[in-house]
Design a protein around this ligand. Structure first.
Ligand code: PMP
Length: 354
């Protein structure tokens, strides 16, 4: 730390992203990316748009907001595209939480939430998941605090039914509820339609997972018009050109080629079923997942050991060190072939240990 670093950040512990190795060519099952490339239309549109990079991007993201609003049947004034969904999440923390309006989230969830809270000086509280890692909805009913819930949750992959989400939103009418749907396309029902009924709900989404575009950094939020206007105040006070030209056009074409992406999601769901069954056959406990990853624990090998063994065999998975989940690993679902290779390598690791 330099002697100039502001005291207000001196205790800040930044978010640790998953490894993005540049040395070896790993099978990357560690950061929940899609194993499939973007659609042809996206690739072509991005390369054409490159010829206009001398000009700023559209700060209003007009075309993209139009496509998003027609896909989700909401008004254009109810969507806001951002630089990854991390940015809309940060905007939501900044806009609606402060010392008087603390925020709560589960103890096991997306590791960026406490960082957004810390950097914005927002008091926060972690509510423990139940022993089976599910969310106890009663913990969130009428608590009069802002809430952020990832649904499906990460890194567990576990999904909360839409009617349960609605109970939480309805019972806290004077607080903002953020539902982070980064993984919703892999098996859950979206809460976006509820934004038409409740003025305190923000649903955040990303193009990073189901739309094969983690490298484009494109996310968005859907909410009541007034909440979007507030988050626009934050956007125009920090970075009006937050979504670059190529990512805007990539998003537009991805929505126009929605069928391609939804069929990839169906393949990933199939590969998830296969991987779950095989892992269970090898004695793993696998939490029920509605995401493009599974969270699994073996009786015969520790989480860290399995991570290191697989890494030495060219497969990257994600291991977390926090006490409650240190025996687990989060494994991104890739293609069926990648899952077959993973299972083969795990079998051989377990055999060698015997
Ligand atoms: N929410 C959750 C639950 C995530 O796992 C991630 C991915 N790290 C994000 C949001 C952010 O994704 P992105 O910024 O790539 O849209």
């Amino acid at each position: 730390m330099s002697r100039f670093f502001s005291k207000k950040y001196s205790t800040l512990v930044p978010y640790t992203p998953g490894e993005q190795p540049k040395d070896v060519k790993y099978i990357k099952l560690n950061t929940n990316e899609s194993p499939y490339p973007p659609s042809k239309g996206v690739i072509e549109a991005v390369s054409k748009e490159g010829g206009w990079l001398q000009l700023y991007s559209d700060p209003e993201c007009s075309l993209l907001h139009k496509e998003l609003s027609s896909l989700y049947k909401v008004e254009k004034s109810q969507v806001l595209a951002t630089n990854g969904s991390d940015e809309i999440l940060n905007f939501a923390f900044m806009a609606f939480s402060d010392k008087e309006n603390p925020i709560v989230f589960p103890d096991i969830t997306y590791g960026f939430y406490p960082v957004f809270a810390e950097i914005n000086n927002i008091p926060y509280e972690k509510i423990p998941l139940k022993d089976d890692f599910s969310i106890d909805v009663n913990d969130y009913i009428g608590i009069n605090k802002n809430i952020v819930i990832a649904n499906p949750n990460a890194p567990t992959g576990m999904y909360l039914e839409l009617c349960e989400i609605e109970k939480i939103v309805k019972s806290n009418p004077n607080n903002v509820i953020i539902i982070d749907e980064a993984y919703i396309d892999f098996g859950g029902e979206s809460a976006i339609p509820l934004t038409q009924k409740y003025d305190n709900l923000i649903v955040t989404r990303t193009f990073s997972k189901s739309y094969s575009m983690a490298g484009a950094r494109l996310g968005f939020g859907v909410a009541n018009e007034a909440l979007i206007a507030d988050m626009n105040t934050i956007k125009y006070s920090t970075n009006p050109y937050n979504v670059n030209r190529m990512s805007q056009i990539a998003g537009v074409f991805a929505i126009r080629e929605n069928d391609y992406y939804m069929s990839n999601c169906a393949k990933i769901i199939e590969a998830r079923k296969y991987a779950t069954k095989e892992l269970e056959g090898l004695g793993f406990k696998v939490l029920p997942s509605c995401a493009n990853f599974v969270f699994a624990k073996s009786e015969s090998i520790g989480g860290e050991e399995l991570y290191l063994e697989l890494k030495s065999r060219g497969i990257l998975i994600r291991h977390f060190t926090s006490e409650r989940i240190k025996d687990f690993n989060r494994i991104t679902i890739g293609t069926k072939e990648q899952m077959e290779f993973l299972i083969k390598e795990i079998k051989s690791i377990l055999e060698e240990k015997r």
